[in-house]
Write a protein that binds this ligand. Structure first.
Ligand SMILES: C[S@@+](CC[C@H](N)C(=O)[O-])C[C@H]1O[C@@H](n2cnc3c(N)ncnc32)[C@H](O)[C@@H]1O
Length: 237
């Protein structure tokens, strides 16, 4: 089970399995929509920030498809090494942030931020609030933070490739919860934490975001499971 991403083996394991799971329809289109990537004049827009970018396939995709500059940061040096070697792109800057600090960015210089499957890896809510606060400092007024996680209302439900938590188990906020991704490449087990919809909303509001809204996202079209699979929480800086 992966509890952190510091080793190159764990980073490569994540990259291999998420690629095999055909990651794109797994909630990301709603993130890209929230950040208005398709409708923004990318040549003149400030960069977007990807907080907790992992192996970088999302960042290269955003650069290739939308022509947008991306600053992609991660606490794991192995993830950043992997991203630089496998998903480099002239519009993407990868940066290791060992202390989760964004001090290298000025105030209000970022045009939007996505953070996908990162807050659910945090064991305490104060850390979530602090991270959101650091992100907010960098965002231009009116810019969006889009936070994607698996849906807490679907814990224990087996989707085509993914399951969060054990069936029939009741989780409390902050409880460790295993996420299992199963593809033809194997089984990837992640150490996540259970947080309610209200906990994610609180993290953004306590960090100073306003107009915080939630979207309950279905699984990819090929998966008929009748439950929301992903939760998008978005707020305005
Ligand atoms: C499940 S992966 C998701 C990666 C990527 N966002 C994606 O959608 O595939 C979670 C990533 O968040 C990073 N991460 C976890 N806590 C972090 C923190 N406090 N600051 C920055 N990155 C963090 C991990 O190193 C890992 O690369």
């Amino acid at each position: 089970m992966h509890t952190d991403w510091e080793t190159s083996e764990s980073a490569e394991d994540y990259s291999r399995n998420t690629a095999a799971a055909q990651w794109e329809p797994m909630g990301y289109p709603a993130v890209f929509r929230s950040l208005a990537l398709a409708t923004t004049d990318s040549d003149n827009a400030p960069p977007i920030l990807d907080y907790g970018c992992g192996p970088g396939f999302v960042d290269r995709h955003v650069a290739e498809k939308y022509g947008r500059r991306v600053i992609a940061v991660d606490i794991s040096s192995s993830m950043i090494d992997l991203a630089r070697s496998q998903h480099s792109h002239p519009l993407v800057t990868y940066r290791h942030v060992p202390d989760s600090q964004l001090d290298f960015l000025g105030d209000k210089e970022i045009g939007g931020c996505m953070s996908c499957f990162v807050l659910m890896q945090m064991a305490d809510s104060d850390t979530q609030v602090e991270i959101c606060r650091r992100i907010r400092r960098t965002l231009a007024p009116g810019a969006t933070l889009a936070v994607l996680n698996t849906h807490p209302g679907s814990v224990g439900i087996q989707f085509a490739t993914l399951r969060n938590g054990e069936p029939d188990r009741v989780y409390q906020p902050g409880d460790p919860m295993t996420t299992v991704l199963t593809t033809e490449k194997g089984v990837l087990r992640l150490q996540d934490y259970y947080w309610r919809v209200t906990d994610y909303v609180h993290a953004l509001e306590a960090a100073g975001f306003h107009e915080v809204t939630v979207e309950h996202l279905p699984p990819p079209p090929a998966d008929p499971t009748p439950h929301p699979q992903f939760l998008l929480v978005r707020g305005t800086a």
